[in-house]
Write a protein that binds this ligand. Structure first.
Ligand code: 5GP
Ligand code: ZN
Length: 140
């Protein structure tokens, strides 16, 4: 997409600190790091979110995700990471090009776990929630 920052990073129209690359993916440092080594992994083509990512890229995606984590763990001497996607504006997605955040974690880094991102306690019990999902599954 012509006005997408991450498409421009993928095509080198915008500079970035690229740490790893494969045929269809690129990992580069986030310009406003929330942790040392904060990295974004993107598909080079413009897919808005995980749902749009073609399944045949799955193996390549897992491979580069593992390599990204490996490089960061060695460079920053930590085995601890928060890895996640802000999918959709309500979840905080600001750039509509799929990107996975890799945040190396350190002792006393003042961060929380994924549980601290949201606590919107459901009113329904787990069984009702499960039935809703099963209904969709059975109809699809
Ligand atoms: P989101 O909130 O959409 O999950 O995260 C978007 C991320 O992209 C932010 O963490 C932001 O710092 C990063 N970002 C935005 N523009 C640029 C850029 O031009 N270069 C790099 N390297 N990162 C960017
Ligand atoms: Zn894009």
């Amino acid at each position: 997409m012509s006005d997408c920052v991450f498409c421009k990073i993928a095509t080198r129209q915008i500079e970035s600190y690229i740490i790893e690359e494969s045929e269809n993916f690129l990992a580069f440092l986030d310009i406003h790091p929330h942790a040392p080594g904060h990295t974004l992994l993107i598909p080079k083509n413009h897919f808005k979110n995980l749902s749009e990512l073609p399944e045949n890229l799955g193996e390549e995606f897992v491979k580069i995700a593992k390599k990204t984590a490996f490089l960061l763990s060695k460079a920053f001497k930590t085995e601890h990471f928060t890895i996640g996607i802000n999918q959709g504006s309500l979840a905080g997605q600001t750039i509509d090009h799929l990107h996975i955040h890799f945040l190396p974690r350190f002792p006393n880094d003042k961060g929380g776990s994924i549980h601290s991102v949201v606590y919107n306690k459901p009113e329904e019990d787990l069984s009702a929630i499960y039935q809703k999902i099963l209904k969709v599954k059975n109809e699809s």
